[in-house]
Design a protein around this ligand. Structure first.
Ligand SMILES: *[C@@H]1O[C@H](CO)[C@@H](O)[C@H](O)[C@H]1NC(C)=O
Ligand SMILES: *[C@@H]1O[C@H](CO)[C@@H](O)[C@H](O)[C@H]1NC(C)=O
Ligand SMILES: *[C@@H]1O[C@H](CO)[C@@H](O)[C@H](O)[C@H]1NC(C)=O
Ligand SMILES: *[C@@H]1O[C@H](CO)[C@@H](O)[C@H](O)[C@H]1NC(C)=O
Length: 645
């Protein structure tokens, strides 16, 4: 089903003489390489909404209330993207400059659409493998926390919008039904936060979260960033939870055991959450986890533990750099600022964002790629053998974000999710409303100081828009005929700027250039998320290893179809046998759909001769979420400009 988002959002359905439909989303062909911060040529909100519609209508199965092709943690992330997009649409409605009647009508119409997709969120509340995730790694649990906290905020904001229109009835029976779900969402957030908090440990590395309760200690960036971000979000947004099930209550085990009873009746703004966030942040910043590009590496092992040593310090750093490790902390830093009014948290976030943007080959100073990262037009025959794309810069190229696996097309299901995560947390960090909570102190002096901070923050965020726009244009260029986004955005930029996609020969040449530039996998890195060498080295046992697809180049330069089935494996330790998926996880039923791909000869929309985004896992739920997230980020961060305040 295709929803005419542009028409809906323009209230065409409401007025007697509908305004003419907006033209098809047009992307300006821009060969000057200068990115503008004006996005009027892109119908960003309409494109974002279409990405959402495609994600839900193609990948969500309502009869089981889940995205069958996802896995537990990617589903939690996708749920977060879904809710975040609904928040953005809700947020947009009152901003529109309309007559009162138009506005009311648009809000009513859009309310029905939002409610339709919010029903998916509720279905997923029951479709989520909540029992199994309790036994997974700590990061898995924390994605769950973030997704339900996002939902709580959405419910409140949408309810507030409706009360402003007369649709929010004061009687609780007639109130928007979303409100009734907030306690359930709060309960699940709290349960999973508590479970995950057990992953904090002071014996090794003087603190920090373990990745997983099993195997050799690994204190990694993502789990600690998630703990910071989810703890501070609990502090700020958790509305309390008096529900003691399933661990406590009258019949619960805890009430009869001699051990300390569980903490009942969690209240909002419990200092426990705020302190946890601050501690974790202090630990992470002192852990020496960033490399000389100022980017977070993946994490730390402790040397000799597998040889029976009594060492306890984090001394073996895994140099692997992923996009999401630079992202999750951004929402945490914003939250820490909101909770403390200390600008140093924002400074830290901007520093990280700038480091990321530089590592994609983009010169923030001049609002365009570094000279060497300009895309070269393919004018001659010989250019065919030489890639028009510049070599790897640490986290992308040509001003576009990439994970190391993008260019080789061998990303795992995990990695296919990473860029969407970066975009989501970046959008939170730079949203116009981000500083709404600041300046709570009533005395004029601190309010004035907070306003200065807000202005500085806004100015810095404004500088990121041209880069963000470039990434959105790149992602848009990867869509296939059905509007599904691909994994490797950079090639979308080629298609978009030059109307000519990348060839297999160019990708091959690019591999060589990347190797020459030092390679995409840093020395001393172990890519747990995409490559499985660790298994044979007695290394850290990985909780997931799905999605490692072996593809073989065949004679005509296209790739053989992957043997990937989309089932989830759970390797818990050396030689662990693959655990069959449960009956709740119906992923295997959908395997044929994943396996069946269009032929790579046809290319995107008939435009490209060869489509690098069909390699490996191809286009998936997770790559679609990436497209949604980058468009949403552009819309949200650009909001700083549109509002002009
Ligand atoms: C919004 O409405 C006001 C008042 O009718 C008008 O002056 C202004 O130009 C409008 N702005 C836009 C962007 O249409
Ligand atoms: C930080 O980690 C790097 C890479 O492992 C190492 O070379 C450096 O000595 C460490 N610095 C400190 C202060 O521990
Ligand atoms: C313990 O740590 C030290 C210092 O990092 C290292 O040199 C040593 O090899 C480790 N012990 C074992 C048994 O690996
Ligand atoms: C490890 O054991 C050795 C020998 O028993 C001891 O000298 C050393 O202090 C211990 N190190 C730690 C970090 O406990």
């Amino acid at each position: 089903m295709r929803i005419p988002w542009a028409a809906v959002l323009a209230a065409a359905a409401c007025t007697a003489s509908p305004s003419p439909p907006r033209p098809e989303p047009r992307i300006r062909l821009d060969t000057t390489k200068d990115e503008s911060s004006n996005n009027d040529d892109l119908d960003v909100l309409g494109l974002m909404s279409s990405a959402l519609t495609t994600m839900q209508d193609r990948y969500f199965e309502r009869w089981i209330g889940t995205w069958p092709e996802g896995i537990d943690w990617t589903r939690a992330v996708v749920n977060t993207h879904l809710v975040a997009a609904l928040r953005t649409i809700t947020d947009e409605l009152p901003r529109q400059n309309r007559t009162v009647e138009d506005r009311e009508c648009t809000i009513t119409g859009t309310h029905h659409l939002i409610s339709g997709y919010f029903a998916d969120v509720i279905a997923y509340y029951f479709g989520e493998n909540a029992f199994e995730i309790r036994h997974e790694a700590y990061d898995d649990m924390l994605w769950v926390v973030l997704s339900w906290l996002e939902s709580i905020q959405f419910v409140k904001e949408h309810g507030d919008l409706l009360s402003g229109t007369g649709m929010g009835f004061t009687s609780s029976l007639l109130a928007w039904y979303g409100d009734r779900w907030a306690p359930a969402f709060a309960h699940r957030s709290r349960i999973f936060w508590e479970l995950a908090a057990r992953g904090w440990d002071d014996k090794y590395c003087d603190g920090g979260m373990f990745w997983s309760p099993r195997g050799l200690p690994y204190k990694n960036a993502v789990t600690n960033e998630l703990f910071i971000s989810s703890s501070i979000a609990m502090y700020l947004h958790f509305p309390g939870d008096p529900n003691n099930e399933p661990f406590g209550g009258r019949n619960g085990a805890d009430s009869t055991s001699s051990s300390k009873p569980a903490k009942f009746d969690w209240r909002p703004h419990d200092p426990i959450f705020g302190k946890a966030a601050q501690n974790a942040h202090a630990w992470l910043t002192s852990s020496n986890m960033t490399n000389d590009q100022g980017l977070y590496t993946d994490g730390f092992h402790i040397s000799g533990l597998d040889r029976g040593s009594n060492n306890t310090s984090c001394d073996e750093r895994n140099e692997m750099v992923y996009t999401y490790n630079q992202g999750v902390i951004l929402s945490g830093l914003l939250g820490l600022y909101q909770a403390t009014n200390r600008e140093k948290y924002l400074d830290e976030g901007h520093q990280l964002v700038e480091n990321v943007i530089r590592a994609t080959g983009f010169d923030l100073e001049h609002g365009k790629p570094f000279e060497a990262d300009n895309i070269k037009p393919a004018t001659t025959e010989t250019d065919q053998a030489v890639s028009r794309l510049p070599p790897w810069r640490g986290l992308g190229r040509a001003g576009v974000l990439e994970d190391a696996c993008d260019a080789s097309g061998d990303c795992s299901q995990d990695s296919q999710t990473f860029k969407s995560i970066w975009m989501h947390h970046f959008a939170k960090f730079c949203a116009p409303d981000a500083l709404k909570l600041s300046g709570k102190n009533k005395d004029g002096k601190s309010a004035e100081a907070a306003e200065k901070v807000r202005q500085r923050h806004r100015e810095r965020c404004r500088r990121y828009i041209p880069w963000l726009r470039r990434n959105a244009r790149a992602a848009l260029g990867t869509r296939d005929a059905d509007g599904v986004f691909g994994m490797w955005w950079t090639v979308g930029l080629l298609a978009e700027e030059q109307g000519k996609g990348v060839t297999a020969e160019e990708v091959e040449a690019l591999e060589k250039a990347d190797k020459h530039a030092g390679g995409r996998w840093p020395v001393g890195s172990v890519d747990y998320r995409n490559r499985a060498e660790w298994r044979h080295e007695g290394g850290w046992p990985l909780k997931k290893e799905q999605g490692n697809i072996k593809t073989e180049t065949v004679a005509d330069g296209s790739l053989s179809s992957p043997s990937e089935t989309g089932t989830e494996t759970d390797a818990e330790g050396e030689g662990a046998s693959q655990k069959p998926i449960t009956s709740r996880d119906l992923g295997d039923r959908f395997a044929p759909r994943i396996g069946k791909r269009e032929s790579n000869e046809q290319g995107v929309g008939g435009l490209l001769p060869w489509d690098p985004n069909l390699r490996g896992r191809g286009r998936t739920l997770e790559t679609q979420a990436g497209g949604l997230a980058v468009l949403r980020a552009l819309w949200v961060v650009w909001g700083n400009e549109r509002d002009g305040s």
